[in-house]
Design a protein around this ligand. Structure first.
Ligand SMILES: Nc1nc2c(ncn2[C@@H]2O[C@H](COP(=O)(O)OP(=O)(O)OP(=O)(O)O)[C@@H](O)[C@H]2O)c(=O)[nH]1
Length: 255
């Protein structure tokens, strides 16, 4: 016998990095996964992905991170990969104010193709290249905060792939935001979700089972209410079968 706990399963999450060409998406990914930095990167064509295992708050995750091409001409190559994403990093460069303005288009493009609920999806705004000298900086924190407020994005972080500043933190921020939204969604489900009002439907179901179980006889029909539309419908068996099939997902009962 051993006291060792079985190894914890790793949760797989898909992360997509979006932003204008040249803001440093590939550099961010390379720094995070391999802790390397290259000054002269080629433009990404289409998409590339890398996996990275990470433990955050005691939980194991495998992040499958998709680096996308920022250039407009590769749009058709990247958009099919948005579906199934769990987290999206919206990247701009601190020495390029247009790249911040462009984030709205990136967010919309993602929402169009990823098919997610925009109010419940973890977007993280990442301002890369924060190693640049002050005189080269074109984006100040007021502009970013204003953009985030307008777009209802709550998380913003500055990084430098070159100087290895905050790179892991950007992904961890995305992960924590994802987990927060999962918790909110679960709580909502518990509160309002799969609720069954047992008063009327249960009486119907019991009668149905009685009717069909009795070989189609009239015994159970005696106490049927005249105003019960469901009881009068011809789909008796279907109603009973549907009820049986639906048993499993019911999580809340309100008496
Ligand atoms: N100063 C500074 N330069 C960076 C940083 N990250 C990337 N760069 C520079 O920006 C260039 C472009 O970076 P990439 O990672 O290729 O940019 P990208 O967003 O992936 O570009 P696309 O593939 O065209 O979408 C790099 O060749 C670096 O010279 C950084 O943190 N600081």
């Amino acid at each position: 016998m051993t006291n060792m706990r079985p190894p914890q399963k790793s949760k797989l999450l898909k992360v997509v990095i979006l932003g204008d060409g040249g803001v440093g998406k590939s550099a961010l990914l390379t720094r995070f996964v391999s802790n390397r930095y290259e000054e002269n990167n080629f433009h990404t064509i289409g998409v590339e992905f890398m996996n990275k295992d990470i433990v955050v708050d005691g939980e194991r995750y495998t992040l499958q991170i998709w680096d996308t091409a920022g250039q407009e001409r590769f749009r058709a190559l990247r958009t099919p990969f948005y579906r199934g994403s769990d987290i999206c990093l919206l990247c701009y460069a601190l020495d390029d104010r247009d790249s911040l303005k462009g984030l709205g288009l990136w967010r919309n493009e993602f929402l169009n193709y990823a098919d997610v609920d925009q109010d419940k999806f973890p977007f993280i705004v990442v301002g890369n290249k924060n190693d640049i000298p002050a005189q080269k900086r074109q984006v100040n924190s007021d502009a970013v905060q204003q953009w985030c407020a307008e777009q209802k994005v709550t998380c913003h972080i500055e990084t430098s792939s070159k100087a290895a500043t905050n790179v892991t933190d950007a992904f961890v921020l995305g992960l924590r935001q994802w987990r927060h939204m999962e918790c909110v969604a679960e709580a909502e489900l518990r509160q309002h979700g799969d609720t069954i009002d047992l008063t009327r439907p249960i009486r119907l179901v019991q009668r149905r089972i009685c009717c069909t179980g009795g070989g189609g006889g009239n015994g159970g029909g005696q106490d049927a209410d005249g105003d019960d539309a469901a009881m009068q419908s011809p789909g008796k068996k279907v109603f009973g079968q549907t009820r049986t099939a639906n048993k499993a997902p019911a999580t809340n009962y309100r008496l």
